[in-house]
Write a protein that binds this ligand. Structure first.
Ligand code: PLP
Length: 436
């Protein structure tokens, strides 16, 4: 580390501090950020040369690790052809290949693909599809959404309207947020502990309201709204009720898609197929912002029969060729790897280290599903204290609220994962020490 580099880093961080808004950060007193200058495999390198083992996969997305030679090559190759071209009236090979792959790999029946530029946009498109479907069927009064509490579906306004009302701070948005219907989130953690009363709240909503267009939920794993896992039986019952009541099912697999839960898509745990599916995050292996909304022919034909037979949506960067090319390569890498075995091995190691931590007095619950590990504490963590402690332990995690969680790249080695997990144990001891 040279003196010059240190000064540079400090100057850059000062500019960052002064001008840049980071996710969910204070405008007046933002917390410090780490200056990352390189990343490779599961390691982030800071400006001063410090290396951290990454447990976040940059929010579920970097499933093959950073700076992957084959993903880099795929991007470079596409760059030589074209970086971008508009998607209105024009198409291109990477988009065509990706659409075909997605139709083949996602649950049966999903046959139409809309390329979006982020997860939140994919959710907006899904909701638009559901509303326009009922409108086209002469059922325009069906214009509300039913969802379950503790959900997270993105930060745009329609997406926010179906986020958990408390976590999503609905009180703050008042009249700007469309009021939707909320059922209690299921409590049964898995089918072995299935309790049919989990459905009572949902059934009540379904019986009370005849203006529901769709149920939207995250299948099996609720992500940013609480990192909760629930029984596949709930999802099967939701699917059955959607058919019974003539409403659509929107599955938000933006976090769970591409193998994270041990299945390629979390819907597979329940053996169901939604009418509309949103995917994002890991779709490009974490290289570029990209997402997609798929629907079945019931939805696409239903919309096409209406007086406005086209879906009214078309982002400028729709179907970006660079994003499609890197998505194609990322999916190829995934499907040609023993990903399922890797996720099972990660799951086993996560369970071995994390589940015993539930005995600690500071820990309310420890849970693991696929390559997702969650420690729920009794008290919210103090990021200002915890983040430097994590850095000192040589790992990168970004806890929120009472949740300390990790979803590493599938390429993480057992030794690297061990280091992450031992650091978490150490951290919990430290937390216990400063809370006492
Ligand atoms: C991250 C996420 C979104 C929003 O995706 P962005 O790309 O951040 O807009 C929506 N739904 C779920 C389940 C997510 O995890």
């Amino acid at each position: 580390m040279t003196h010059e580099q240190t000064i540079d880093a400090q100057a850059l961080l000062a500019i960052d501090h002064k001008y840049i808004l980071h996710p969910y950060s204070s405008l007046k007193k933002p917390l410090d950020n780490l200056l990352v200058t390189k990343a490779a495999g599961v390691r982030l390198t800071l400006a001063d040369g410090t290396e951290l083992i990454d447990g976040m996969a940059s929010w579920w997305s970097v499933i093959h690790g950073y700076n992957h030679p084959e993903l880099n090559a795929a991007l470079n190759q596409q760059l030589e052809q074209m970086a971008h071209v508009m998607f209105g009236g024009i198409t291109h090979p990477p988009a065509i290949q990706l659409a075909q792959t997605l139709v083949e790999m996602t649950p049966v029946g999903l046959e139409k693909v809309f390329f979006a530029d982020s997860g939140s946009v994919a959710i907006e498109v899904a909701i638009k599809m559901a509303l326009q479907y009922h409108y086209s069927q002469g059922q325009g009064h069906k214009n509300k959404l039913l969802t379950i509490r503790n959900g997270y579906h993105g930060d745009t306004f329609m997406a926010m309207s179906v986020c958990d009302p408390i976590n999503g701070m609905h009180h703050l948005w008042g009249q700007n947020l469309i009021a939707q219907y909320f059922a209690d989130a299921p409590q049964s953690p898995d089918d072995a502990h299935w309790q049919a009363q989990d459905l009572d709240s949902l059934d009540k909503q379904l019986q009370q309201h005849d203006d529901i267009a769709a149920i939207i939920l995250e299948p099996i794993v609720q992500g940013a709204g609480g990192m909760r896992f629930y029984a596949p039986e709930y999802l099967r019952q939701v699917r059955a009720r959607c058919d019974e009541y003539g409403i659509l099912l929107i599955a938000d697999e933006i976090a769970t898609g591409f193998g994270r839960t041990g299945r390629l898509f979390a819907c597979e745990h329940a053996g169901i197929s939604p009418d509309i599916l949103c995917i994002g995050k890991a779709i490009t292996g974490g290289y570029l912002s990209f997402a997609a909304t798929l629907c079945n022919e019931k939805v696409s034909d239903g919309i096409a029969e209406g007086i406005h037979p086209v879906l009214m949506h078309g982002p400028t960067f729709m179907g970006n060729p660079l994003a499609c090319a890197v998505a194609n390569k990322s999916i190829e890498l995934l499907l040609h790897s023993p990903w399922q075995q890797r996720v099972v091995e990660i799951e086993r190691q996560l369970k071995r280290y994390l589940l015993p931590l539930a005995q600690l007095s500071s820990v309310a619950n420890a849970r693991v599903l696929g390559a997702i590990g969650v420690i729920e504490l009794h008290q919210p963590v103090d990021l200002e204290k915890i983040q430097p402690a994590l850095i000192k332990l040589g790992i990168w995690l970004r806890p929120f609220g009472k949740l300390l969680y990790l979803m590493p790249a599938y390429s993480i080695s057992p030794a690297e994962l061990k280091q992450l997990l031992e650091a978490i144990s150490q951290l919990l001891e430290d937390i216990a020490a400063y809370q006492n």
